[in-house]
Design a protein around this ligand. Structure first.
Ligand SMILES: Nc1ncnc2c1ncn2[C@@H]1O[C@H](COP(=O)(O)OP(=O)(O)O)[C@@H](O)[C@H]1O
Ligand SMILES: N[C@@H](CCC(=O)OP(=O)(O)O)C(=O)O
Length: 369
């Protein structure tokens, strides 16, 4: 059966750790694997990092750029070279590819989000393998994905993929970074979101020399993907052929089982497409109502409001310690909410001087995280 498969490869797998030069055999093997998947009829998207790493090598820089402007310039050098290498390899195997460079802004506006999906679907219908990266050269700090793990999960969610493979320089997820904790335990299966929380995985720092997010961004990517009903696997980029084996059922890498009832596409856009403009701190009663009973959020359950946002913006809903529980679209702006938080719905019109919505966030616009 045709599956939609998103494969993300990190800089640490595309380049050699010591020199930063391209890991040609891994890239060639990845190319062959993705072409094999296409021949089997699957729809394939590659999310490839490497623009900054490849650009650094081209320019003789020995470490990842620290300033944004330099990183943007270096990415512009590297992205072209990266695509040239992919195009050469995929062309040898007669596989058409496309470059898709996305910014966070492309997913914030619902019409652009839907448009991005249409483009992906057309490319996949044409038998093309889209090669996606963040458009680093124009991405601005406040509006960027920041790491390609998150980007790949958002793309997988956008196109409603069946599989997301996160290829990295380690064979699987461990209870802690085995490079610094030698007795860290390997994890083969994470069967639910709750189990993921209970495992309390230690992720240490930023990851390898050229990588961006480390393991923490892979775990949050897995959360986004499994909520969308996508089976997610962390496995080693050095052996891309394992992808086909995994699809056939071999227990390689760390598997994250998809949530049985995926969150709807619109709610996924609210939760992960939009950028939250503020935080609402909730009392216990409100948390129980939205988490256990699937109720809407009322002003009475809000203890505090943080940030400046407009009516219909997305906000984070947190417990009193700031731990995020849900996201949603607000029916009031931040100034209005400052006035009505903690108050009963029937008092709202008297406080504001006009009739507003009964709910602060209607349950149709509220997503548990
Ligand atoms: N709990 C963990 N399990 C496995 N690896 C971990 C863990 N915590 C941190 N890491 C580190 O994350 C690194 C991979 O992240 P990163 O370098 O950002 O890869 P990529 O370039 O593929 O995105 C591994 O090399 C490993 O040292
Ligand atoms: N967009 C950046 C990659 C960002 C990123 O997440 O890198 P990595 O941790 O290696 O997957 C680039 O192409 O260099």
């Amino acid at each position: 059966m045709t599956k939609t498969i998103v494969v993300k490869i990190g800089t640490s797998s595309l380049t050699q750790a010591e020199t930063g030069q391209l890991a040609l055999s891994s890239i060639a093997s990845l190319t062959e694997t993705l072409c094999d998947l296409r021949r089997q009829g699957h729809r394939v998207i590659l999310v490839s990092s490497g623009a900054v790493g490849v650009g650094c090598v081209r320019l003789g820089l020995t470490e990842r750029p620290k300033t944004i402007a330099l990183k943007q310039a270096v990415a512009a050098v590297g992205q072209g070279r990266l695509m040239r290498i992919y195009d050469d390899l995929f062309t040898i195997l007669q596989q058409p590819i496309a470059q898709v460079l996305l910014t966070r802004a492309d997913l914030v506006e619902r019409s652009r989000y839907l448009n991005a999906n249409n483009t992906f679907q057309e490319l996949l219908n044409l038998g093309v393998i889209p090669i996606v990266n963040e458009n680093d050269t124009v991405a601005v700090e406040e509006l960027k994905f920041g790491d390609n793990d998150t980007l790949s999960a958002l793309v997988a969610s956008l196109v409603e993929a069946d599989w997301l493979f996160l290829l990295t320089d380690i064979d699987r997820l461990y209870s802690a970074d085995p490079r610094s904790v030698p007795d860290a335990k390997p994890i083969s299966l994470v069967s639910s979101m709750q189990e993921l929380t209970e495992l309390q995985i230690q992720t240490g720092g930023q990851g390898s020399r050229w990588g961006t997010g480390g393991m923490i961004t892979k775990i949050s990517a897995a959360r986004i993907a499994i909520a969308a009903g996508i089976r997610t696997v962390i496995t080693q980029g050095q052996f891309p052929r394992n992808i086909a084996k995994i699809i056939e059922g071999e227990p390689i890498g760390t598997h994250f089982a998809p949530q049985p009832e995926p969150t709807s596409a619109r709610k996924r856009w609210i939760a992960y497409g939009l950028i939250p403009g503020g935080k609402l701190y909730l009392d216990e009663g409100a948390i129980t109502a939205i988490v256990k009973a699937g109720k809407s959020l009322l002003a009475a359950g809000i203890k505090a409001v943080e940030g400046e946002f407009s009516n219909q913006d997305a906000v984070q809903l947190c417990d009193i310690s700031g731990h995020e529980i849900a996201r949603g679209l607000v029916n009031y702006n931040s100034q209005e909410l400052q006035k009505i938080c903690g108050r009963h719905s029937r008092e709202i019109s008297a406080i504001l001087g006009y009739e507003g919505a009964d709910t602060v966030i209607h349950r149709d616009n509220l997503v548990l995280i």
